[in-house]
Design a protein around this ligand. Structure first.
Ligand SMILES: Cc1cc2nc3c(=O)[nH]c(=O)nc-3n(C[C@H](O)[C@H](O)[C@H](O)COP(=O)(O)OP(=O)(O)OC[C@H]3O[C@@H](n4cnc5c(N)ncnc54)[C@H](O)[C@@H]3O)c2cc1C
Length: 457
């Protein structure tokens, strides 16, 4: 049977772009359909602008510390300058992504796509019906907004980067990494910032010391955190938005932002009519090769709800292309993924948390808390935390959790050692680099404490 294309990719984000580019490199005739901007969430309204804004926010701490080194800093901040500079950079990246697609011959179609069957795609605006031997669903995820009265008065991360002006205050609902990163951004830029979270500590699923350490760091930077409370309704009060909480209290804020999770982008995509099965959480169900219940339809990235991270989407897209277009079946290993939280202080983490490791067997825990050297001339008391979790008696490294300056950069590299199966002995053999924070990881002498038969000793 003849098809218009070998592959139609729906969604030009992290996963879709990589898959399309690789498939075309292997000789496939590929089209990629994008309804918004090439680059997807990460480039346009995720990782990239987020990190740029975190850099902007961090100058506050830097200016503060600079004084202890003899600098006199008289700083002020201009929000429109940051927004315009960000826009310039993401537009540059968007063009680079488009050009990287076009070079190997991928056709970019700027439209919304719907799946009409195992090999059919309809372009919603243009109305054309296209056919392909394979379809790749790479439509990502979108912010979830709670169904409460006045919800439309709140914003999400999609809008936060382009606010017309910096608000005097912001209320951020949520306890995940997006909530704490935006709290870091707005607090750093001088906005009165409050987090409201239904749980009893931010960053559920992270190591407990990281959670408590970040909570302390945010609080020290003026972020107010309200736990075990949710927003019940929003109403307009002049230029402000008044939030009423589950405990009955009401307060006005310049902006209210929902960072209450992300849901797979599958609405109106036609997947059900094509016979594609979903998971109980509403993500596209796939096997280890990213193949759905319909053999000609694959899915990668956030829409599959595996790990909602750019490098994971990229790897899934790449391995899909290897498997289907290069006769080289590859499965992504989702078990060891280094991740960072670009908050202030920053977190880097790989492997098991202490609580997880303790239930897996006998483990040793090494913890070091110290003032980062750049703070020692100032009156800042904040501590860096470095935690190493190993199998007992200098065995395999199971988890590394870092909080403080440079944590993200460190964890990427230590992640190499962990994924190679490094042991405590391997770390001990490594000569320290002095003076650095990272040297703590190779100079731990004896465990701070251990777990034997699941009990802390
Ligand atoms: C604020 C924020 C910060 C983040 N920070 C990080 C970070 O620091 N590190 C990290 O690793 N990850 C981060 N992420 C997550 C990361 O952005 C995602 O994991 C990644 O973009 C997923 O890639 P994807 O290809 O699955 O989907 P996306 O990049 O979301 O791309 C999907 C694309 O599909 C398009 N689309 C959807 N439906 C259709 C349709 N029917 N027809 C045509 N096009 C369609 C969308 O417009 C979009 O461009 C962040 C996310 C957010 C929101």
């Amino acid at each position: 049977m003849d098809f218009d294309y070998d592959l139609i990719v729906i969604g030009a984000g992290s996963g879709g772009v990589r898959a399309a580019r690789m498939a075309a490199t292997y000789g496939a005739k590929v089209a990629i359909v994008e309804e918004f901007r090439v680059g997807g969430t990460c480039v346009i309204r995720g990782c990239v602008p987020k990190k740029l804004y975190v850099y902007a926010a961090r100058f506050r701490d830097q200016f503060d510390i600079a004084q202890s080194f003899g600098w006199h800093v008289d700083a002020s901040f201009d929000w429109p300058t940051l927004v315009a500079a960000k826009e310039k950079e993401i537009t540059r990246l968007e063009h680079a992504y488009a050009s990287n697609l076009e070079k190997p011959g991928v056709e970019i179609i700027r439209d919304r796509a719907e799946v009409t069957g195992p090999n059919g795609v309809r372009l919603v605006r243009d109305g054309r019906e296209l056919s392909a031997k394979y379809i790749l669903v790479a439509t990502g995820a979108r912010p979830f907004v709670p169904d409460i009265p006045g919800a439309e008065l709140g914003i999400t991360s999609n809008e936060a980067f382009d606010l017309p002006r910096l608000p005097h205050s912001i209320l951020i609902e949520g306890g995940g990494y997006i909530a704490v990163e935006f709290a870091t951004i707005f607090a750093g830029l001088g906005v009165n910032t409050t987090i409201i979270y239904r749980g009893d500590c931010i960053l559920r699923g992270f190591d407990e010391d990281m959670r408590r350490g970040l909570e302390a760091g945010l609080t020290e930077r003026g972020v107010r955190i309200i736990y075990q409370t949710t927003i019940k309704s929003l109403a307009k009060t002049g230029d402000d938005v008044t939030a009423t909480f589950s405990d009955g209290v009401s307060a006005p804020y310049g902006v209210v932002m929902f960072a209450t999770g992300r849901r797979p982008n599958i609405d109106g995509l036609g997947l059900e009519s094509a016979g594609v099965k979903l998971t109980e959480h509403g993500s596209v169900a796939v096997d280890e090769y990213s193949q759905t219940s319909v053999p000609s339809i694959y899915a990668v990235g956030d829409v599959t709800g595996r790990a909602q991270l750019t490098p994971v989407a990229i790897r899934e897209g790449w391995y899909f292309a290897e498997t289907v277009f290069n006769d080289n079946p590859l499965k992504v290993d989702h078990s060891l993924i280094p991740t960072a939280v670009f908050a202030e202080p920053e977190i880097g983490t790989v492997g098991l948390t202490e609580a997880e490791a303790a239930t897996h067997g006998d483990v040793d825990v090494y913890v070091s808390r110290f003032r980062p050297m750049q703070n020692t001339l100032s009156d800042r008391t904040e501590r860096m935390i470095m935690k190493l979790i190993t199998e007992k008696d200098e065995g395999k490294v199971l988890g590394v959790h870092l909080l403080g300056p440079g944590a993200a950069e460190m964890i990427q590299l230590v992640g190499v050692a962990v994924s190679m199966g490094a042991t405590k002995v391997d770390l001990d053999r490594t000569i320290a680099l002095h003076p650095s924070a990272a040297e703590e990881l190779v100079t731990f002498k004896s465990p701070s404490y251990s777990y034997r038969d699941c009990k802390r000793v």
